[in-house]
Ligand binder design. Sequence first.
Ligand SMILES: [Ca+2]
Ligand SMILES: [Ca+2]
Length: 348
Amino acid sequence: MIDQFVPGGTKMIFLWLIPLLAFADPVVPDCGCNKAKRSPVGGQEQPTEQVIFPKLAKKQYGERLVDLINHSEKFNAMSLIPGGKYVIGTREPIFPEDREHERKVAINAFYMDKYEVSNGDFREFVEATAYESEAERFGDSFVFHGFLDEEVRKKFHDFRVAAAPWWYKVTGASWRHPEGDPSRNVEDRLDHPVVHVSWNDAVAYCDWAGKRLPTEAEWEVACRGGRKQKLFPWGNKMMPNDKHYMNIWQGEFPEADLAEDGCKGTCPVDRFSQNTFGLHSMVGNVWEWTADRWDEEEKVSPPNRVKKGGSYLCHESYCYRYRCAARSQNTEDSSAGNLGFRCAADPE
Ligand SMILES: [Ca+2]
Ligand SMILES: [Ca+2]
């Protein structure tokens, strides 16, 4: 069921600053989400000032309405995000090394998928094109230890990510078999986000759909839903009215996910409506690839690409990256069980 979006309050902002400051220490534990990489990266360890709803003349509202009504099939389940000048990032970076500082951007109006691309969507693409994902070609992908039984953990004990030993490189793991178990597929979770897809896979899917990956600026403007300097798509309070607005981790990471938000692992892509644009699970559920390179100056091949939004594995104590301003990266050929994407499109 789709939850109705209820804007969060801002009264608790000062109480929120307390935990934020507590985690401002440069030695911050990390979930290792960016460590599960296929390719080594240069010596590293392997493994607005804006109003989004501008005051429009009545005539312009009419044109916008016509635009929405006449949208082609391509724009079904997409939201029109207004172009303009925006400010992304944050004045109070939690992870300065991630370069999540404030910066000004300008974007054109574009359409954004309301939902993360689902297993059902990706299966349709594969059936139409016989596309083979990179994880299938490599023969393995990174799986979180919580989804592996003891026997499998023993078998792949030596294939863990050194800096984040809860990530196992599991033979046979792919979008078809997210746990690497050939007897388990995605038939019972076609409405969940596709995972174990690389950046290259995401580009191939969006291209097939007549779309493209969003840039990081587009992704973040869409995430913010017209709000300035807020932590989350709906405001600053993580749980307005004690209600869960995203699929992240509750409990002691990485051992005990209490799943108080109703989801252990991925949840259906339409579970959490998060902002006034009608976008779902921008933060939480799965990380989402963007078109941008992590660092234009970086001389690595394949390059790292920016991913946004955090995932069901994120917890404030380890990976406080389920914020619109937060960012991370992986190499183009990397895939993992908590990394997916959604597409954007230009108005025709
Ligand atoms: Ca959860
Ligand atoms: Ca997401």
